[in-house]
Ligand binder design. Structure first.
Ligand SMILES: Cc1cc2nc3c(=O)[nH]c(=O)nc-3n(C[C@H](O)[C@H](O)[C@H](O)COP(=O)(O)OP(=O)(O)OC[C@H]3O[C@@H](n4cnc5c(N)ncnc54)[C@H](O)[C@@H]3O)c2cc1C
Length: 472
């Protein structure tokens, strides 16, 4: 086991992709095996925070004290058996995708940031553009080796229900507490996942590094689609793009059945023009769509169905882009990836601090949500960019205030939270709560919800030592 105590060596572990500063830790511990980790934890009393790859956006891996455990040495990809793959938590999405490329298997969750570790994606229940059809990380986790902060270890398999005790290798067990809290029904990554009759595994997925440590992961794979039909559609008006979404959903997977529906507003297109000169000059919105093609023989029919549908709609069909080959598909994904990157680069260059939303609402509030966003952003006159998962009613608004507008931007953010909560939405649909969104999470679940979630935390980590400062 490697132990590092020099401040300059600890410093990189006190950062992630949020703007959070001021973290602190006494040392970084790097176990070579999960047994080394459990031995260390059995004799440890300090607060413990797990470091993944540091791409998180909520400072959840940045402690204020204690020890950081980096699982970077647990990075093996074992093998694929019957559509399941065993990986160490430090394997990145990029490494997994490269490994799978020649195998004919496919891992559907595709968060934009492929440097994320799989352990991190489990801890945040990460999702991506294809979540509209394929679901989120949670849907592909079959089994984990899980370690509690006191060093107890268990192999946790799917279908172990919370009505049964959670048993550990040392013979001890934990019962799920009596709580009435339920997670919201829309796409959600805020707080613990709690639903009646759920699996224990689902409690740990998305728990922001606060309930248990994933030391081995078994993921479920799907056979790789033969191809993807994809395109970037351009619109003269933003509203024309929004109006397409309920129509696509009304097909309920018949006629056309996309896996991705990703939005770019006029400000996002303006930023993207610096890298993508071919964006039509009179377009005010874009939609990246993608549909998986199970077998090559289905390709032409799927393509025809899309053209038939789109030709009746209010889009700039002649100026829109459609993939011809795998390179184009990758280019369209890069187009989607470029928008947060361009904004983050711009922020670093000019020293601007963005305020990013990650909220979602149930389907029936989609159009009111879009109209509300448009109006509140218009009235306030702040610079902003809006993009993201239109199919999931889940958009990222990046408020880009000047220094003198910081308070105004915060007020706008607060007003958006209040409205989203009135619509039974969530304050985080994909990035988690971490240390940055606790105030909003408390508002979302109320005092009774918080007290239920504390009961859950208490039975797994009574000393509140794991990921302290996150969520609660
Ligand atoms: C440009 C950009 C684009 C992004 N796009 C997306 C996106 O499309 N979808 C999305 O969901 N997110 C996205 N993110 C956010 C980020 O990539 C995810 O939250 C990711 O899952 C974090 O993984 P990580 O390995 O970097 O974790 P870290 O940031 O290191 O840690 C995140 C949390 O996971 C915990 N953790 C890490 N490993 C373990 C483990 N083995 N056991 C228990 N807890 C652990 C940490 O303690 C911490 O609480 C994006 C970020 C950036 C910068």
């Amino acid at each position: 086991m490697i132990r590092k105590t020099k401040s300059e060596v600890i410093a990189p572990y006190l950062r992630d992709a949020s703007n959070f500063s001021g973290g602190n830790a006494e040392e970084v511990v790097i176990p070579e095996t999960s047994d080394e980790l459990t031995n260390f934890l059995e004799n440890e009393t300090r607060p413990v925070t797990i470091a993944g790859a540091g791409t998180g956006l909520t400072a959840s891996r940045i402690p204020s004290e204690g020890v950081i455990i980096s699982l970077e040495r647990l990075n093996e990809i074992v093998k694929i058996e019957e559509g399941l793959i065993r990986v160490g938590p430090a394997v990145t999405l990029k490494e997994l995708q490269s490994f799978l490329l020649p195998t004919g298997w496919f891992y559907p969750p595709n968060p934009t940031e492929t440097w994320a570790s799989l352990g991190g994606t489990l801890a945040t229940n990460a999702s991506g553009s294809r979540s509209y059809k394929y679901g989120v990380t949670r849907d592909y986790v079959e089994e984990v080796e899980l370690v509690l902060v006191d060093g107890r270890k268990t192999t946790l398999k799917r279908r172990l229900k919370i009505s049964e005790p959670l048993k550990f290798d040392d013979g001890s067990q934990i019962l799920f507490p009596d709580v009435s809290y339920h997670s919201p029904e829309c796409k959600n990554a805020a707080g613990y996942f709690v639903r009646p009759g759920m699996d224990w595994l689902d409690l740990f997925i998305g728990s922001d590094g606060t309930l248990g440590i994933f030391t081995k992961i078994v993921l479920r794979l799907l056979p790789c689609p033969a191809d993807f039909v994809s395109g970037i559609l351009f619109f003269k008006e933003e509203r024309a793009c929004w109006e397409l979404i309920p129509k696509i959903k009304s097909f309920k997977g018949q006629r056309i059945n996309p896996c991705s529906l990703e939005y770019f507003d006029h400000n996002a297109l303006e930023k993207l023009r610096s890298k993508h000169a071919r964006i039509p000059s009179d377009s005010r919105a874009a939609l990246f769509f993608e549909q998986d093609v199970p077998e090559s023989k289905d390709y032409d029919l799927i393509m025809e169905n899309w053209f038939e549908f789109l030709s009746e709609e209010n889009i700039m069909l002649d100026d829109s882009w459609f993939s011809q080959d795998a390179k184009d598909i990758q280019k369209f994904h890069d187009f989607r990836h470029d928008i947060p990157i361009i904004i983050n680069e711009e922020n670093s260059r000019i020293g601007r601090v963005k305020l990013g939303t990650d909220m979602a609402v149930p389907d029936k509030y989609f159009m009111p949500m879009m109209e509300f966003y448009q109006e509140i952003l218009r009235v306030n006159g702040l610079d902003y960019v809006m993009f993201g998962h239109l199919g999931d009613n889940h958009l990222h608004i990046n408020l880009l205030p000047q220094v003198s507008q910081k308070d105004q931007a915060q007020q706008v953010y607060d007003q958006i939270v209040d409205q989203i909560l009135k619509w039974q939405g969530t304050v985080s649909a994909e990035h988690g709560i971490g240390k940055l969104k606790k105030k909003y999470f408390a508002k979302m679940v109320g005092p009774n919800g918080l007290s239920d979630l504390k009961k859950i935390k208490d039975c797994l980590d009574p000393g509140n030592r794991l990921g302290a400062g996150n969520i609660l």
